[in-house]
Ligand binder design. Structure first.
Ligand code: PLP
Length: 386
């Protein structure tokens, strides 16, 4: 056992912050003026926030007022989904069973509160939303019904990538609004909202080497979504509450660096994932890859989800075994750890007989190395042989 090792393979739960991000945040802490104040102190803070908004908007191909800062991805999702139903008169939501709970639980609460109809798009055999079925669901709605489609760009547990261009085409065809939960994609994939007709996206800084406690919603110009927090007129009346200046600055820095180094860092992380998969196949062939994990085109280069040849009950023992050897990974979404029901994503995509196997997710970052993978696979072998 090597107690000196610290291997972090849980980057889909949250990423470490880049040194530059920490520095930018420390510098921003000196700006204490309330961004809504009209004096010099306030204006200086406001200028920082507006610069961040402009820079983020530019990279996404949109205008600054279309970016609304929030406290996290979950808040952006709540704001968009609740706002769409309340302010746009949505009567139907189509989503999928493998969305993050930030979407599923919000949709359920809206369904109870507003009595709207919710439909789930079927998944294909690899766990990606079935485009034909989405088309059919939309075609069945009456022309005067207002429909919102909410589908995630990258699945946080299995890494599957949504065929987003096709979803956009179908939504346009049926004049449905489209929210894309892009929390696992922003900062990892180019997203050009000047060519993709998406109405809303949600994002979170702590998934792309930024701080926790900050995210943003993109709300396409002209969509009259109001604040769902009651209070002041911050964020052009779309999100009440004094902005967290240093978090927004940290997010801007993380966002800009992510896109500046995107190709190089993607190649590096993709290399790690490829190596991990090849090595697992060679050394522990009894492990299976879930969803599109082994398809580098259709799954995120950051995420691999595995089924191990051991009972589900042993999954927690395995996580402790790995943790004691300095290796951090997870059973799936961090928000659901401790849930007795297991992963709703794997239950939706795997045959029932496989539910009682142990599943774990490894997710990679720019800070990981090949040596860490070698070490982890040795530890996995040790566990399986024990
Ligand atoms: N959506 C997805 C796909 C996620 O992975 C997460 C976080 O894990 C969220 C939404 C929620 O984001 P946040 O943690 O910023 O609230």
């Amino acid at each position: 056992m090597n107690l000196d090792k610290k291997v972090y393979f849980d980057n889909a739960a949250t990423t470490p912050m880049r040194a530059e991000v920490k520095q930018a945040m420390c510098d921003a802490l000196s700006f204490f003026g309330n961004p809504s104040s009209t004096h010099n102190f306030g204006r200086s803070s406001k200028a920082l926030i507006e610069k961040a908004r402009k820079n983020i908007a530019k990279e996404l191909g949109v205008t600054a007022p279309e970016i609304i800062f929030t406290s996290c991805g979950t808040e952006a999702i709540n704001m968009i989904l609740k706002g769409a139903v309340r302010d746009l008169g949505i009567t139907q939501i189509i989503t999928s069973p493998t969305e993050h709970h930030a979407v599923l639980n919000t949709v359920q609460s809206i369904e109870n509160e507003y009595g709207i109809r919710v439909s789930l798009v079927r998944l294909n055999s690899k766990g990606t939303p079935d485009i034909e079925h989405l088309n059919r669901l939309l075609s069945e709605f009456l022309p005067d019904e207002k429909v919102l489609v909410s589908l995630m760009l990258v699945n946080n547990e299995i890494g599957n990538i949504l065929p987003v261009t096709k979803v956009c085409e179908i939504c346009q065809k049926y004049k449905a609004y489209f929210h894309c939960d892009a929390v696992q994609a922003v900062g990892h994939y180019p997203i050009d909202l000047s060519s993709l007709p998406i109405d809303f996206i949600s994002a979170s800084a702590h998934k792309f080497y930024g701080p926790k406690g900050v995210g943003f919603a993109f709300i396409r110009k002209g969509l009259p979504i109001k604040s769902f927090l009651f209070g002041g007129e911050q964020e052009r009346g779309k999100r009440a509450g004094t902005e967290c200046i240093h978090n927004i600055v940290g997010m801007e820095e993380a966002f800009l660096l992510a896109y500046q180094h995107l190709d190089k860092e993607r190649t590096y992380i993709e290399g790690l994932k490829k190596y991990f998969i090849e090595k697992i196949r060679q050394e522990i062939p009894s492990i299976r890859l879930n969803g599109q994990s082994d398809n580098l085109q259709e799954s995120a280069y950051t995420i691999v989800n595995l089924t191990l040849p051991v009972d589900e009950k042993k999954a927690d023992v395995l996580l402790i075994f790995l943790d004691m050897r300095g290796i951090a990974c997870s059973r799936g979404s961090a928000c659901q750890s401790g849930s007795p029901q297991g992963s709703h994503v794997l239950r939706a995509i795997l045959p029932e007989k496989e539910w009682n196997h142990a599943h774990i997710r490894f997710s990679f970052s720019i800070f990981n190395t090949i040596e860490e993978i070698d070490y982890t696979i040795e530890v996995l072998k040790e566990f399986l042989n024990s």
